[in-house]
Design a protein around this ligand. Sequence first.
Ligand code: SF4
Length: 516
Amino acid sequence: MNVYIHVASGGFEHEVWELTRVFFPGWPVKVLDDVPAEGDNSGGKADGHKGLLIVVEYTCSDFEVVAKSYLKDGSGKVLFGSQRSQKLDESTRRSYLKQKREIKKVLCQCVYDVLSEFTGKHPHWGILTGVRPLKVVHHLMDDGLSDEEVLGVLKSEYYVRDDKASLLVETAKNQRDVIKSASADTVSLYIHIPFCTTRCLYCSFPSVVMDGCGGMVDAYIDSLVAELERVVSVLLQKGVVIQSLYMGGGTPTALAYPQLERLLSAVDLLLDGRHIDEYTVECGRPDTLDLDKLSLLKAFGVNRISINPQTMNQETLVRIGRRHTVEQVISRFHMARYIGFDCINMDVIVGLPGEGVPHMEKTMEAIAALQPDNLTVHTLAVKRASRLKESLDKYPLTSDDTAEKMLEVCQRWVKEMGLVPYYLYRQKYMVGNLENVGYTKPGKACIYNIQMMGEKQTIWAFGAGAVSKVYFAENDCIQRVPNVKDVKEYMERLDEMVQRKMRFIDDCKGGIENDL
Ligand code: SF4
């Protein structure tokens, strides 16, 4: 059956659509632009069959937001209805962005009411469906609310479950100093290497498998270095301070030693001895690492690396298409410590095909023995562009219940390891509607991850598919400036990619509104 949405007053369709999907995972959810005739839930000529229809409307005066929602069945009969209102305080009346946030909240409360009544579900993230639920927490903290008050609002107004609300508040507190350290003069840089040795089953990134790439990698490094030289030199001339630099992918260390050396030395030359608080290189696959490459990274000032096992179960590594072994994860980790890296991140994924609670226990026990400084616990997201999406019959998904139990295993282990949450984000199509959380030893939180998710600092991004985000403090908003995704096209259109950035560097006057 289909679920249709019609926002009679216009706007916020995406937010209502996102929330509806949480209640009806896997169901087709469609937005109707036109007002359906009484009793007609057919979705128009293009789609003849009937379904559930959610109608939402709102009004916003100077003093109050009022929203209503109705859930109708295929015959047009109203099954459930809800009405909510919210008085606007002085500061909200004066701020367009705050008003918009209030409208969205009240509207989503109404939708949540009727869908919760109909399905009997109470999603643990409540009406927070966006990628960055921490933004709401920071807005509340900026308004001067205490931790207890923020918790209360998250639970009573955003319907967030107790444990998730506590996680949000703790994470926000652990990252707040870094977010506040962003100023108009500071930026972070992201350098993208779109190459990997094999393609993971769940991967949805436009990464290129290196086998048979021929001279493409060398040509790509040429273009990447040219883009960096042309843009970063101008930024530095303007007195911009680079707070963090993150080289990700793909797998940067999948580059051959001379290619990696060429890129690192070009960056080094550009920075010309300037201090950067944090310089991360994602090493991803341990089979791309050896003593020489690790020493090279260290010699060029890299002070944070990421070695990502995803799981410490060998049969799962084979199943998900990673060529490395569990032993390689352990040996490369020790090698990196030997070289002197004192900030190492590891990534694990909850809900990998074929895994359950015992697998998670085994993974976390092995990770705890290594004592990484950062640990990022992802939950599997089944993306459209992944091989996994195409082969769900072969790799059935972990149940929501099991995924949650696996996450509990991780949470127990991170506590034992003395790690605290420092960044958090959510994605579409995550198993169990869960979350991704970065944990850290105290004092070792990754600056780049916080700034990138916090969206209070400009991030200049280089390479194919890299998306720069320009922050406009006066409107508290960002504008995305994307590079084209295709590697060949990126190289061919390099001038255009540089010009896109230059327009903002030369003339930072506009912007688009930020999401919640
Ligand atoms: S390592 Fe990352 S980018 Fe590379 S194939 Fe796997 S998921 Fe994709």
